[in-house]
Design a protein around this ligand. Sequence first.
Ligand code: SF4
Length: 213
Amino acid sequence: MDQNLHSVMLKKVERTIANLEKNNMHGHYVTSVEALHEKIKSLVPENSVVSVGGSMTLFETGVIDLLRSEPYQFLDRYAEGLTPEEIKSIFRQSFSADAYFASTNAITENGELYNVDGTGNRVAAMIFGPDKVIIIAGLNKIVKNLDEAIHRNREISAPSNVKRLNMQTPCNTTGTCSDCKSAGRICVAYTTIGFQRVKDRIHVIFVDGAYGY
Ligand code: SF4
């Protein structure tokens, strides 16, 4: 990335972390996936029960492989051969995990997490259950405010995920949201996390670069 653009992005990260702190969420910034992995190991002790929400970022940053290879008790929703019932069981067990990993569809400079789910297991666990929630986000996920967060989901996150999942919705063809009523609609539960009563339950780790949708 161009150095001037990069310095502007780092100022956005600084502002966002400062406002996360005001909202009782803790922000971190790391410059590489290697540093990300070290940060995760410092935040989550060995033998912890860990689980994940659906996320391309977690694959792209090697976090899924890390959780499989480190001495964690990983409730692995992506393990080969799981039946739909077994996956549903993992979603329910995840509410009792020590640490829950996910990314976010957008994060505002005001320190808010904006997410839209189809099944709802990810946003449900982010809101309630796990003692610790660790959000991994590329700098591409930072937006100015909630209006931009909503726009980002409608124009980028949701159409990209629809394409990845090959769902039969209008945005799979047009690349933009038309508020469909399709059976395959992935936009169901719209959530904003604006504050935490339990300070530092949520950690947001910004990784330099662009990851996920
Ligand atoms: S509501 Fe429908 S058209 Fe809009 S982004 Fe979601 S799936 Fe696509």
